[in-house]
Write a protein that binds this ligand. Structure first.
Ligand code: CP3
Length: 344
């Protein structure tokens, strides 16, 4: 094994680096023919429960592209299974939950989980990956709000009516659910760090559907609790990411996260300035840009890199996950371009 390339970790800690580190959210997945070949034999849920398959899929993008970090292959919904949530992934639709949660009784029926007992396969994969990789491996979990959105709505949603009904009308049940998820996911992330994850990312993909006041009233205290719990037990950098969150980024910073993920609609340089450069940032090309011709991709990537020149604590990424159908040659070229961009 080669020496560890710790550029990504240095950027998380706002230390000087010799090139801009790059990785892509959802870097292992359906745009890769090697992934599709594995998917022909195993379902998404089967892959996520077998350490050897998790390892194999996690390594696919690392072998194919020049990246500065891996992300352990799983899904944010996997920990919901042992809690008693019955779900599956419907092709072309996404997650479908067969027994959504709608009231206090449903919340009280959720089973407590222990990561080492119920999610040992992710831990085992992280242990193997630590030996195989010469880049850090990122562990991850869903944030309480985003997990609750699937549990309550029963799948993806546009207006989050059921979720907001519970939040506004049954606030006690809502807080009980978010507290349960915050504590369980904190424990899961600590477990991943103990097994070899060098950093952890919390995905709060859909929290941007809340107003700033509602975020502060109904979600922020749970994020503070979750991140405090992780920090008490582990020193790995914590990345917090969501989409449509430009109105929430200063609160993301206030959670104590080390790195704030910026979605693709937000101007990253302005957002970072707004955070007084006090945290590292990660992002944020539009994932759809990867379907454009290389000249256009290069123009946008250069503009983004130029906008953060001379600043410590920047990690190049997309502003949301790689989409199915993305041309792999563009992913390869973009990673190479970022890593060789003249660093001043
Ligand atoms: O980044 C990586 O390479 C690790 C893998 C990863 C997956 N899901 C695999 C996956 C990660 C980090 C996630 C996180 C996740 N899952 C999020 C947060 C990130 C984001 O994109 O906002 C969310 C909201 C989910 C929930 C989820 N799981 C959705 C909405 C879907 C369906 C949409 C889709 O992309 O298919 C999934 C299924 C899923 N998770 C797939 C993969 C590779 C597709 C399943 C398949 O291959 O059949």
């Amino acid at each position: 094994m080669n020496a560890l390339n710790d550029t990504f970790l240095k950027a998380c800690r706002k230390e000087p680096v010799s090139h801009t580190p790059v990785w892509f959210m959802r870097q292992a997945g359906r745009y890769q023919k090697e992934y599709m070949a594995i998917k022909d034999k195993y379902s998404m849920i089967e892959i996520c429960h077998h350490p050897e398959l998790i390892t194999q899929v996690t390594l696919l993008p690392i072998k194919q592209f020049n990246l500065d970090a891996a992300i352990v292959f799983s899904d944010i919904l996997i920990p919901l299974g042992p809690m008693g949530i019955d779900f599956w992934y419907k092709g072309g639709v996404g997650p479908v939950i067969n027994n959504p949660i709608r009231n206090k009784t449903d919340v009280e029926k959720l089973k407590p989980i222990s990561a080492s007992e119920h999610l040992h396969f992710t831990g085992k994969a992280l242990q193997i990956l630590k030996k195989e990789l010469n880049v850090p491996c990122i562990g991850f979990a869903g944030a309480p709000f985003t997990l609750a959105s699937y549990m309550i709505e029963g799948g993806a949603s546009k207006s989050y009516i059921e979720l907001k009904k519970m939040m506004y009308n049954h606030t006690e049940a809502w807080n009980k659910l978010l507290n349960f998820l915050a504590e369980s996911m904190a424990e899961y992330l600590i477990f991943q760090a103990e097994c070899g994850a060098a950093a952890v990312q919390i995905f709060d993909s859909w929290v941007g559907v809340l107003s700033e006041d509602d975020y502060l009233d109904y979600v922020h205290p749970h994020m503070l609790n979750m991140i405090k719990k992780i920090k008490a037990k582990s020193s790995v950098p914590i990345i917090l990411f969501g989409t449509n969150t430009s109105h929430l980024l200063h609160h993301f910073k206030a959670t104590g996260a080390d790195v704030v993920g910026i979605d693709w609609k937000t101007n990253l340089a302005n957002a970072w300035k707004g955070l007084n450069y006090e945290v590292a940032v990660q992002g944020n090309l539009d994932p759809t840009l990867l379907f454009a011709d290389w000249k256009t991709i290069e123009k946008h990537a250069s503009k983004l890199l130029k906008s953060v020149e001379n600043k410590k604590g920047y990690i190049f990424n997309l502003g949301h996950g790689i989409l199915p159908g993305t041309p792999t040659e563009n992913v390869a070229k973009l990673a190479d371009f970022v890593r060789t961009y003249p660093y001043v």
